[in-house]
Write a protein that binds this ligand. Structure first.
Ligand SMILES: Nc1ncnc2c1ncn2[C@@H]1O[C@H](COP(=O)(O)OP(=O)(O)OP(=O)(O)O)[C@@H](O)[C@H]1O
Length: 305
């Protein structure tokens, strides 16, 4: 999947701004970014569902939008919102999707049985989709998206209403598909999910601000994470607010996690806290993806590491 100079404008709003993206086959590519940064809009353009204002897209050898109809038969698309029929049963929903995908009757029956078995839906066959739990609905949506064995699966925040255990099971299913050669592009707000991707793209205000494997992005983190253990983390946070040595802060329980601007910032922070009478224990911490996210999305002109 390749996009060059991809832009989408809605009136005066530029939702996607000259995006270059390239995703090789069988990759699990994670798409991250703050709310409204243009992830869904990009995914919809890559699927051929939305016309770009500018730019070129090639997906599975198809030129988009020219070959959008051909592409639709080879991809699966799953949105964050449950988009199946609530008043049809599990089986009926899959039967309907099989018809839409153009599967013959015998093949449809066989594939429906296969996906119901694989996604633990066989005992829910006659249950109305609207009465399924959040996790079961997502499994049904995934089953429907892969009925026709697509080469590429695009998933837009597929686990937004799913508990942690079900999210793990869902991701196991995604890796199973990747092992079988399916390329996956998944947008998510969960850092534990982002960590599982083979590669990540982080969008901010419609622009790609970081692109690489989770480890590469953490290695290229411009700041230095620091843990501050003290009796008054809120007071410590107020003391450090606005300091040029601090890129970002977050209280985690009784600890303050600070993303420092440079390796030299630690001494300045220590001094500042001491001057305010705050006794604190400072400890360097390994970078995580949340640090990467916070540091690259706070400044839209940040260069790709
Ligand atoms: N059809 C539309 N008409 C006008 N504006 C739109 C349309 N679709 C999206 N937008 C705007 O484009 C911007 C990007 O939206 P998009 O849904 O792509 O963001 P997102 O990164 O997927 O957000 P989230 O993480 O909240 O799902 C937003 O400001 C949104 O309001």
């Amino acid at each position: 999947m390749r996009a060059r100079g991809l832009s989408k404008r809605f009136g005066s709003l530029t939702a996607v701004d000259h995006l270059d993206l390239s995703v090789p086959r069988a990759e699990v590519f994670g798409f991250l970014g703050p709310n409204g940064c243009g992830k869904s809009t990009t995914i919809r353009m890559l699927c051929g569902l939305l016309l770009p204002s500018e730019g070129e897209i090639e997906v599975l050898g198809c030129q988009i939008p020219r070959d959008a109809e051909e592409l639709k038969r080879r991809i699966g698309y799953m949105t964050q919102k449950f988009s199946l029929y609530e008043d049809l049963s599990v089986y009926e929903n899959l039967e309907f999707l099989a018809t839409v995908q153009g599967l013959g009757r015998r093949e449809a029956r066989q594939r429906i049985d296969e996906v119901m078995e694989r996604y633990w839906l066989a005992d829910r066959r006659t249950q109305m989709a609207g009465t399924l739990s959040g996790g079961q609905k997502q499994r049904l949506a995934l089953a429907g998206a892969v009925l026709h064995k697509p080469d590429l699966l695009l998933l837009d925040e597929p686990t937004s209403a799913v508990d942690p255990q079900s999210r793990r099971e869902f991701w196991d299913s995604l890796f199973e598909l990747a092992d079988a050669g399916t390329t996956l592009l998944v947008s998510t707000h969960y850092m534990d999910e982002a960590e599982r991707c083979t590669r990540l793209g982080i969008l901010d205000a419609g622009r790609l601000v970081a692109d690489g494997s989770p480890q590469e992005l953490m290695d290229a983190l411009p700041g230095h994470p620091l843990l501050i253990h003290c009796a008054q983390p809120r007071q410590a946070q107020r003391t450090l607010e606005g300091s040029p040595d601090v890129l970002a802060m977050a209280q985690i329980g009784a600890t303050l996690r600070v993303l420092c601007a440079s390796a030299d910032s630690r001494a300045a922070i220590e001094t500042r806290l001491r001057e305010q009478g705050i006794r604190a224990d400072l400890q360097d911490a390994p970078a995580n993806l949340e640090d990467v996210f916070v540091s690259v999305t706070r400044n839209p002109v940040q260069a790709t590491p």
